[in-house]
Write a protein that binds this ligand. Sequence first.
Ligand SMILES: O=C(O)c1ccc[n+]([C@@H]2O[C@H](COP(=O)([O-])O)[C@@H](O)[C@H]2O)c1
Ligand SMILES: Cc1cc2nc[nH]c2cc1C
Length: 345
Amino acid sequence: MPETKLPTPDAAAYAAARAHQNQLTKPTGSLGMLEDVACRFAGWQGRAVPRPPKAAITVFAADHGVTAEGVSAYPSAVTAEMVKNFAAGGAAICVLARQHGARLEVVDVGVASPLPALSGVVSARVAPGTRNLARTAAMTEAEVDAALEAGRAAARRAVDAGAGVLVAGEMGIGNTTPSAALICHFCALPPEAVVGRGTGVDDAALLLKTRVVTQALARLPAGADARAVLAEVGGLEIAAMAGFYLEGARLGMPSVVDGFIAAAAALAACAMAPGLEHWLLASHRSQETGHQAALARLGLAPMVDLGLRLGEGSGAALVLPLIASALQLHAGMATFASAGVTDKA
Ligand SMILES: O=C(O)c1ccc[n+]([C@@H]2O[C@H](COP(=O)([O-])O)[C@@H](O)[C@H]2O)c1
Ligand SMILES: Cc1cc2nc[nH]c2cc1C
C-alpha cells in the first residue's frame, strides 16, 4: 500500500480560534473540552470561526473466525441479522442518525453469510469473515489491502455527499478479540491490561479470550509493519475503518473515533500514517478494558463517559450535539469588548 501523505491542520486558524475563545464572555478555559473542539475544527476547516459540519456515519460489518473459540456472548449469526436491522432502521445507530440528520451507510466488508441486496447497505465483501486468529493469520495482506480500500472508498462517498465530519462505526461479533490484540501490540501492553468482556462474556470466557490474544500475539514477527499486524490479528471491518480514517484525513476531513474497536483501527491507521491523530477526536470512554490506554496512546481525551459498550458508531453519534454546541458557542457568544464586560486583570 502506498504511504499516505496527510495534510496538517491549519495552525494559524487554530491559534486565531484560541485567541477568539479567550475573548468570549466566560472565564478563560471554563468551557473545557468544548473550547478545544471548536479550536480543532478551526484548524481542520482553516477558518477561525468554523462552520457547523454535516456528519456522515459509516458502519462497517464483518465476521470473525475466532468466534469458534467461544470469545463472544453472542453467535456470529447476529452480525448478518444486525445488518438487516440496520437496513430496516431499527438499530441504535439508525435512531441516532435520524435524530441528528446524519447520512448513514452500512458497508459489508466480510459478513460470513451472503446477504440479500439491502437498502443503505453497500456490498464490498473481501472474504466471508476472517480466519480463526487463535490458530492462524486472520487475513492475507491482500485481504487487508482490499479492506483498507473499502474503507477509503466509503470515506470518499461520505465526503462527496457533503460531510464535514466523519464517523466510522462497526458491527462484528467477536471483534473485541482482534481489537484487544491490536491495542496490546500498538500500546505495548499485556493482554490482561486490555482484554475485556466485549458483549458480556463470563469469567471463564474472559480467561480464554486473554489466552487467545496472548497466543496470537506470540506469532507476530518482531518489527512487523501495521499491514502485517492487521493481517495476523486484525479484522476486515477494523482494516476498513483504518482506511476510512486515513482517506478522511487525506481529504482534510476529521473523524470522530467511537469505542474500543474504533480505537484499535485508529492505532493501526496512525502506524501507517503518523500525524493522523491530528485529524481525530475521541467521542467517549468505552467500558471495555484497555480503551482508555488506547486513547491515551493516540493522544486523545474522550468527550464523555456514559458507560457505553455498544459500538456501531453510537458514542460518536451521541457527541454530535456537543460538537454542534461547541461550534455555536464559539461563533455566537459575545466578547468582553462587544458586551462591555470587564475582562480579568
Ligand atoms: O465500541 C465498543 O467499545 C464496544 C465494546 C464492546 C462490544 N462492542 C460491540 O460488540 C461486538 C463485539 O463484542 P464481542 O464480545 O462479540 O467481541 C461488536 O459488534 C461491537 O460493535 C463494542
Ligand atoms: C444485538 C447486538 C447489537 C450490536 N451492535 C453492535 N454490536 C452488537 C452486538 C449485539 C449482540
